[in-house]
Write a protein that binds this ligand. Structure first.
Ligand SMILES: Nc1ccn([C@H]2C[C@H](O)[C@@H](COP(=O)(O)OP(=O)(O)OP(=O)(O)O)O2)c(=O)n1
Length: 158
């Protein structure tokens, strides 16, 4: 029934089901688990913001290495082996772990910051204006991104 409803909404075309994540762990769960990991090892002394940023960028490089020289790959990575997919899962997790800890150490409440940023994205790229086009049709004036305060809940302006 759901597929039929979606097909009707899409003018008859059946889209493959979207891949979704598990609801847990939350970003706060990840922050807490990584905090426990670093506390247990007395590693906070090394985990200042700049070091975490460099560690994260290094892990982004490791993700890039997995895609290097392969050409474009289709969604779901159909031609990758299980081992290559697991390697990718490890490297993406490393990026996420360092990103979350970097945000923590910079006192950025990441889940809420994401909501505010998505609300700004919606304002900058109204669906009615940009539908089907990847062009940058509108730019904020310089510095407005840092001074505009948007209150957002669940990605919508309130
Ligand atoms: N000082 C450190 C070292 C590691 N980690 C954690 C966070 C990352 O999730 C993971 C990174 O470990 P490695 O530096 O060993 O990197 P890789 O797992 O990618 O191994 P390699 O670089 O050998 O491929 O371990 C950490 O929090 N702080």
């Amino acid at each position: 029934l759901a597929a039929t409803e979606e097909a009707l909404q899409n003018g008859g075309a059946v889209r493959p089901e979207r891949f979704t994540f598990s609801p847990e762990p939350t970003i706060e769960d990840i922050r807490r688990m990584q905090a426990e990991f670093t506390d247990e090892r007395d590693w906070n002394q090394f985990h200042q913001p700049r070091n975490l940023l460099l560690a994260m960028v290094g892990e982004v490089g490791e993700v890039a290495e997995l895609f290097q020289w392969r050409g474009e790959v289709a969604e779901g990575l159909p031609d990758w082996t299980e081992s290559e997919r697991e390697q990718l899962a490890h490297e993406l997790s490393d990026v996420m772990i360092y990103l979350v800890e970097l945000a923590e150490k910079c006192h950025v409440d990441l889940p809420q910051a994401v909501l505010r940023k998505m609300a700004l994205n919606r304002l900058k790229y109204p669906a009615s204006k940009v539908h089907g086009s990847a062009k940058k049709t509108h730019k904020f004036p310089p510095h407005s991104g840092t001074s505009v305060c948007v209150c957002a809940r669940e990605g919508h302006l309130v």
